[in-house]
Design a protein around this ligand. Structure first.
Ligand code: NAD
Ligand code: DAU
Length: 349
């Protein structure tokens, strides 16, 4: 693995992954980060690394839906490894405007796979980053395993399911060396404040309403983003080609419990004005259409085959995350005001 194309490296998990590769892993090759810079892509997420690793790190603004441009990048940088994060990732947006999800998640993945097929001899690995949402919703019991049938319930998860199938098909049909990972809900630094945790943290700080969908009893299995990154890198190095690995945190929590935990931590570190507890800000709102009730991951394959375990507990990870948002007010303000997007527009004309 000499020249790794990381797609979506300016987003939440992609930027954490590049930081992990450059700062913490044994990867010694080059990273070419290709990102379209949608509202969710922010080059500032990696600004601290750009100078430090300028000999090994390159950022290119490009859309995976532009096959000619992607082909040029493969040629110019002699790409031999791909770690594919780029996607439209927010379920609520996919319900309102599914089109971009079909384009980026399905067509974008297809274009990348085609580039790999055309450069088959030089490709060592295509790693596809996917989600547990492809399996649909669980009842009270049971866990998603790698053999759980796909049953996606919203346009986002359906588009990710389609991309997973295409990756698998390129392995079976063309012998492309691939690995796929299906991960549960991530949280941590640099997450765009439309997702549950950062939204609640930032609204809580400003003493704004905390909108909880439905009865708040939906369950997600939370994983600190660095643990996701370590798992992806391990699968890339040691995972069986053609195989899928589930990644999870053993950490099922109801949404309402998370919001209450956030309120308690914020109350402890930031004094309130006017109300006794931020829990008074919780507002139960209309449910998300097709809202999956429960996700929970069985990651025993990853644990037994590759000896992986998550390192961060939810209690410590949540506190770290809240502290990160408190310590990075300039990032928060630029993202919330949209200032980062004006900068992107003027910088990458
Ligand atoms: P994100 O929305 O924060 O980042 C996505 C990045 O992809 C952005 O930088 C965006 O600009 C880029 N992108 C989108 N369309 C593109 C295109 N057509 N061409 C090039 N770049 C494009 O998402 P995230 O939360 O970091 O998720 C990354 C990946 O991990 C996604 O594939 C997602 O399905 C998967 N995943 C996310 C989670 C989670 O909890 N966030 C959990 C499991 C899997
Ligand atoms: O499971 C993995 C998936 O996790 C990823 O594939 C997706 O990219 C990622 O966005 C995430 O999807 P969710 O829909 O689970 O995440 P979100 O943060 O949007 O919502 C988490 C839960 O909180 C969900 O049950 C909906 C609820 N929620 C969310 C928001 C934004 C609320 O109750 N209120 C809110 O305002």
């Amino acid at each position: 693995m000499k020249n790794m194309l990381v797609t979506g490296g300016c987003g939440f998990i992609g930027s954490n992954f590049i930081r992990y590769l450059l700062r913490e892993s044994n990867f010694s090759g080059n990273i070419i980060n290709v990102d379209k810079l949608t509202y969710a892509g922010n080059p500032e997420n990696l600004s601290d690394l750009e100078n430090e690793f300028q000999d090994r790190y390159t950022f290119l603004k490009a859309d995976l839906c532009d096959p000619d441009k992607i082909a040029q990048i493969f040629d110019r940088y002699s790409i031999d490894t791909i770690c594919h994060f780029a996607a439209e990732s927010h379920v609520d947006r996919s319900i309102v405007e599914p089109d971009a999800f079909i384009q980026s998640n399905i067509i974008g993945t297809f274009n990348l796979l085609e580039c790999c097929r055309k450069n088959r001899d030089q490709i060592e690995l295509f790693h596809h980053v996917s989600t547990d949402e492809v399996f649909g919703s669980l009842g009270k019991d049971g866990l998603f395993t790698e053999t759980t049938p796909y049953s996606p319930n919203n346009p986002y998860s359906a588009s990710k399911a389609a991309s997973d199938h295409m990756v698998r098909a390129y392995h079976k049909t063309y012998g492309l060396p691939v690995t796929i990972s299906n991960c549960s809900n991530n949280y941590g630094p640099y997450q765009f404040p439309e997702k549950l945790l950062p939204l609640m943290i930032l609204n809580g700080l400003e003493e704004k309403a905390l909108p909880v969908y439905g009865d708040g009893k939906n369950v997600r299995d939370w994983l600190y983003v660095r643990d996701h990154c370590s798992a992806v890198w391990l699968i890339m190095r040691k995972g069986k080609r053609g195989d899928t690995y589930n990644i999870g945190g053993n950490n099922e929590i109801e949404n309402i419990k998370i919001v209450e935990m956030i309120c308690d931590i914020l109350d402890e570190i930031r004094k309130l004005e006017g109300i006794k507890s931020r829990k008074e800000l919780i507002a139960f709102v209309k449910d998300r259409p097709g809202h999956d009730k429960r996700y929970a991951i069985d990651f025993s394959k990853l644990r037994h085959e590759l000896d992986w375990m998550p390192e961060e507990s939810f209690a410590s990870g949540l506190r770290r995350t809240i502290e990160w948002y408190l310590d990075n007010t300039s990032w928060v303000n630029r993202v919330k005001s949209g200032e980062y997007q004006s900068w992107v527009e003027s910088h990458y004309r």
